[in-house]
Design a protein around this ligand. Structure first.
Ligand code: XMP
Length: 520
């Protein structure tokens, strides 16, 4: 029997929200085991696992009054366990329990203020002076309270913003407690899990490790696996996880695309081949990547070219190893959510992250992506649990397409050389000033614009280097990091004095959204 089958858990019913995995991650953070299930797959289910001690109904892009596609399974309510409906979940629970939901004249997107009307176990310690700021994303609202429900809180455009059926422990909230923008959103989830569902902690990074190792063994069986190792946190964790799970059946392949950070190739070979004694094949593919990317400036094209080339190279080496059936990748949940919804089609596509969107259709290898439901910080914890050292674990994320997407416009050897140096100076300065670990991701980019400068008595006409440094929890939202002037001046001086080809340094002061972390 699997470990997970023995644990009490929260069941998250997914209606297609881009935040469903965030709900799961917040629940895991409390040390509670949870499972996500698509609403479609349980439409007619009669029997549910006895270990389910609470149900969360996610948000979603559908609406409850027009769309006949959503058939809510009333058997969920017959289980008589606590239910928490969030956004769409709030609306559907209101509808099936006798309330009404209508399209609202005033939509609420972004921050909104909610006011407490009545005390509830769910909102204990949530309000301060009966107010709180929450994050809303809805165009519909509950207009008639379902039977035996009370209103716990209201907002300007949602009069029944938090509701409860106290006797049956059923709750609905219009806003999203799972996103970091909702002030004290975790308090609501904590109250639901511990005071209402009465669960005890039963899930840790060590359990996560065991679960993933077992899953990898189940999927892979006796076959051989190759792992796309980049040296970044994600692929390093995948490589170590697989090596723990299947030992020598794993071969890592490290492709030098020519688009890596300065000195990265040496570092990777030293760490994984020498230190961890993992089978590692080093492929120097600089020339082929650069020739295929010649004159390509469209970001999506760059991604697809790089993704396809990666896979071709893996397939080539897989054939040499023989009997390889699987390719392991360090895809994380945010990579998936921004390319395509896990449950279907609902979330809109923002970028094709190369290890998701760029896969050729006729791939001869099956994928193993053991981290695909985890967030970055969870992967770091897992890495430490697997015995990887802090230096690898705390590395800033680096995108698969590498420097190609930090160089808007055409790619050239000259630009790559300049960019590698600039990035190296910036990162080294961050480390020297103890700033590296305070920043979630930082990098230098080279803009395809030359501007005029003056050095000595001479006119220069060179590239602009853009620096980006952001703070974030999970890469899904981000804010720019505030440096002091002394640091900024020192970095700018170092870059301009040491690198021929750059005569101007600018700092990116946009958050995500509206920008993304990478430039392309
Ligand atoms: P964006 O730019 O989408 O980045 O805000 C979010 C996080 O994802 C990384 N990223 C990628 N990682 N392949 C990857 O493996 C990609 O194509 C890719 N694009 C962005 C980015 O560095 C940031 O950490």
């Amino acid at each position: 029997m699997r470990l997970e089958d023995t644990l009490n858990k929260i069941l998250i019913v997914d209606f297609g929200s881009q935040f469903t995995q965030l709900i799961a991650r917040k629940i895991r953070e409390f040390g509670i085991y949870c499972e996500i299930i698509s609403h479609k797959s349980i439409e007619k289910r009669k029997n549910f696992d006895k270990n389910i001690k609470g149900i969360v109904l996610s948000g979603g892009p559908l609406n409850v009054y027009e769309n006949k596609k959503v058939k809510f399974n009333n058997n969920l309510l017959k289980l008589e366990i606590p239910v928490l409906g969030i956004c769409f979940g709030h609306q559907i629970i209101s509808k099936v329990m006798g309330g009404k939901v209508k399209s609202s004249n005033f939509r609420e997107f972004g921050l909104a203020e909610v006011t407490e009307i009545k005390k509830s176990k769910l909102t204990k310690n949530f309000f301060s002076k009966k107010k709180n700021n929450v994050w809303m994303s809805h165009a519909d609202q509950v207009t008639k309270l379902p039977k035996n429900f009370n209103i716990i809180a209201k907002s300007k455009n949602s009069k029944m913003c938090i509701i409860e059926n106290k006797k049956r422990n059923i709750f609905g909230i219009q806003f999203h407690p799972e996103v970091s923008h909702t002030n004290k959103g975790k308090t609501i989830l904590r109250n639901f899990i511990f005071s209402i569902c009465k669960l005890n902690r039963n899930w840790s990074a060590s359990d996560q490790k065991k679960k993933l190792i077992n899953e990898v063994r189940d999927i892979v069986g006796n076959s051989k696996v190759i792992c796309a190792l980049s040296g970044g946190v994600d692929s390093s964790v995948v490589a170590k996880l697989l090596s723990n799970a299947i030992g020598k059946k794993l071969t890592c392949i490290f492709v030098n695309t020519g688009l890596l950070r300065k000195g990265e190739e040496k570092q990777v070979v030293n760490t994984f081949k020498k230190r961890f004694k993992i089978n590692l094949i080093y492929v120097n593919a600089e020339n082929i990547f650069l020739s295929k990317l010649k004159n390509i400036s469209n970001p999506e094209k760059k991604r697809k070219i790089i993704g396809n080339l990666f896979i071709k190279i893996f397939e080539k080496y897989a054939k040499k190893i023989k009997k390889v059936k699987f390719l392991a990748q360090g895809t994380l949940y945010p990579d998936l959510i921004e390319s395509k919804s896990v449950t279907g089609s609902q979330t809109s596509k923002i970028k094709s992250h190369h290890n998701v969107g760029g896969l050729p259709k006729k791939m001869n290898l099956k994928l193993v992506e053991p981290l695909k439901y985890l967030f970055k910080d969870e992967v770091r914890k897992l890495g430490l649990e697997l015995g990887l050292n802090k230096e690898i674990i705390s590395r800033h994320p680096f995108p698969g397409p590498g420097l190609a997407i930090r160089m808007p416009g055409n790619i050239s050897i000259e630009k790559i050389k300049i960019l590698k140096e600039a990035d190296n100076y910036f990162i080294k300065s961050l480390k020297d000033n103890n700033l590296y670990d305070k920043i979630w991701q930082a990098y230098a980019a080279l803009l395809p614009v030359k501007t005029v400068g003056v050095m000595g008595d001479n006119r220069t006409y060179e590239y602009i280097c853009l620096l980006r440094a952001i703070t974030s929890e999970d890469g899904m939202t981000a804010d720019f990091f505030q440096f002091n002037k002394i640091f900024m001046r020192s970095v700018s001086n170092q870059i301009i004095n040491n690198i021929r080809g750059i005569n101007r340094v600018v700092y990116d002061i946009t958050s995500k959204p509206p920008s993304t972390i990478e430039l392309e």
